[in-house]
Design a protein around this ligand. Structure first.
Ligand SMILES: [Zn+2]
Length: 173
């Protein structure tokens, strides 16, 4: 396990980052247990960025509504059956938080459903989560149905807005 030289844990009492060689193979493991619906951490260290990238998180439906996370939360990987939600639904950014969607035990890797924030991913990828309902290719919410989205426990409001907008768009013949 190689730890990047400049790395400093941001939530040493809550998580540990398991660094793995290779792109996006590292993961965030919980050091504590959480009940479903319990808030795990506030999303407090971030900056806005106009450019969506693999590691940015969408925070609204306008162009440029993305944030860059400057904390260990950036290591939460995608799963099609996630155990946490990234809830950025409040207008008050101090309310943005990560919460458990189901019971999380100490030692569990934390995962969230990337299309619950991302309409169209900057970098689509093939999911290897291994869950029964795995969607395979993860490209964002824009190719998913309302059912495929709502079955993941939590989806941010702008995704529903964008889905509605897409459904109401007059078809060009
Ligand atoms: Zn999957």
């Amino acid at each position: 396990m190689t730890i990047p030289k400049a790395y400093v844990p941001t939530h040493p009492e809550l998580f540990v980052v398991e660094f793995q060689p290779g792109n996006f193979a590292s993961r965030l493991v919980s050091l504590k247990s959480f009940e479903a619906k319990e808030t795990i951490a506030r999303i407090s260290r971030f900056t806005r960025t106009p450019h969506a990238a693999y590691h940015t998180v969408q925070c609204g439906s306008a162009l440029g509504d993305n944030i860059e996370l400057h904390s260990d939360l950036v290591y939460v990987n995608h799963s099609c059956e996630p155990n946490v939600a990234f809830d950025l639904s409040s207008k008050d950014t101090s309310q943005w938080h990560v919460r458990a969607l189901k019971q999380v035990k100490a030692g569990d890797p934390l995962t969230f459903f990337y299309p619950s924030t991302e309409w169209k991913m900057a970098q689509p990828f093939d999911c290897l989560c291994g869950s029964k309902t795995c969607l395979g290719r993860i490209e964002g919410a824009f190719i998913l149905s309302a059912e495929e989205l709502s079955s993941r426990g939590f989806v941010n409001p702008w995704i529903w807005t964008q889905l509605e907008r897409k459904a109401n768009k007059p078809r060009v013949e």
